[in-house]
Design a protein around this ligand. Sequence first.
Ligand code: KG4
Ligand code: ZN
Length: 350
Amino acid sequence: MSYFEKIQKTTLKEEPIIMAIETSCDETAVAIVKNGREILADEIISSATEHAKFGGVVPEIASRTHTTAILTATENALKSAKLTLDDIDAFAVTEGAGLLGALLVGVSFAKSLAFSLDKPLVPVSHIKGHISAAYLADKSLEPPFITILASGGHTAIVAVEDYYNINVLGSTIDDAVGEAFDKVARVLGLSYPGGPNVEKLAKDGQNVISLPKMLKNYDGGEYDFSYSGLKTAVINYVHTQESKGLEVKKEDVAASFQHSAIDVLIEKAIKAAEQFNYKTIAISGGVGANGYLREALKKAAESKGFKLILPEKRYCTDNAAMIGAEGYLQYKKRNFADLTLNAKAVVPLK
Ligand code: KG4
Ligand code: ZN
């Protein structure tokens, strides 16, 4: 009997223990999650400092670091959960979206574990993983809810209808919000990763520079975003000031940009929850770690009576626990892959 034939006969565990592997970008992450909600181990080895020298992620360095870090991360995860590989019921892995070479390390590693132990291999979408981090933050959370998906590659207001169906109410028509943070960081001379550094600088600044309100003349979807104009406005402001020999108060630029970039996310999420009668709002993706977003959303949600799900900052940025949370849902549906599973640079958001 082939591996896949055996796997299809697997009896599902009531409370499965899933090892989750995430290598889509510059974090080599391995987590062990019980029942989709309880984190038994959560290891992250980041190569961010390596990339910082180059001002952004260098795919080749990311892939190479994954190959050396993945075994250590796995051993550390098992050790901290006090488990052995025999205790693992399934292996979930990010199949995409992300850097192909980086993803391939995780996919090949998960495949070999699943194959050698005759356990299911569960492919997971990175973005669905970000959304499912909400289930780790509130163990009793059930859909429906609205989530603000704000990462380096995506910006969207998403209605999570049930565990398996999402409805994208609107998304960015150009840059993602995290991408805008990263580009503004570069203009301000801040190092990679840009988002946290812009946030840090903004703490000493004021929202005093007038930047364009987004999508002023755009007649598309009510929940869509555009970050390209805001980014250009920041670049133009800095260049104009410099060419006139005027001071650029970088702290104020950072604070003003942060307000413009974040306020619109909050406005649209609240509006969507009100219009479609959702009671709960969550955040997902790396920008969800932004302190200003967290504070402002908390205030806005509380004043309107919405329940707020704020995953810990560590579970907003890339991690493997979120892949375990989403992997659990896919496991329950028996969405198992065979050994032809391949990495995907792009996975549609649906
Ligand atoms: O979700 P994530 O870790 O990776 C992707 O799937 O893209 O998101 C990374 C993005 C980067 O653009 C990074 O600059 C941004 O999230 N980010 C932040 C903060 N932490 C990470 N942006 C603003 N403030 C932060 N504290
Ligand atoms: Zn991510």
